[in-house]
Design a protein around this ligand. Structure first.
Ligand SMILES: [Zn+2]
Length: 124
């Protein structure tokens, strides 16, 4: 099994509805994102996927989040923009692209020491 990962960062604001604490109020984060792609096989060049292509696809998704108030985005109208749900949004957005390689998981860091990961279900 090969695992290929790319990461990116973005800045945005959010507030968490129904959360009793500081994060209920409007505030911002420098989010870090890591996307993992897994494959048992390599292409004829010896790659799972070209890093350049994977980064471009991640950046296309990040562009929709960067310097935005996340609660204003349609996806987060009814879904709290927690790190967990942002990870799922990025996962789903990258998986929508039919040409995109199979994304195995997306991890979002809200701070250097706090992250959330969304991954496809493990089939045993
Ligand atoms: Zn926050």
């Amino acid at each position: 099994m090969y695992v290929v990962e790319v990461s990116a960062e973005f800045n945005s604001a959010h507030n968490l509805i129904g959360y009793k604490g500081k994060c209920e109020a409007l505030h911002g984060h420098n989010w870090k994102v890591k996307v993992s792609v897994r494959s048992d096989d390599l292409d004829e060049v010896g790659m799972v996927v070209d890093f350049k292509i994977l980064k471009q696809r991640l950046n296309n998704v990040i562009d929709k989040l960067d310097h935005k108030y996340l609660n204003d985005l349609e996806y987060f109208n009814k879904t709290n923009p927690t790190s967990e749900n942002i990870a799922r949004y990025i996962y789903e957005s990258m998986s929508e692209d039919a040409a995109s390689p199979n994304v195995a998981s997306v991890t979002v860091w809200e701070t250097d020491s706090a992250s959330a990961t969304y991954s496809r279900a493990v089939i045993s």
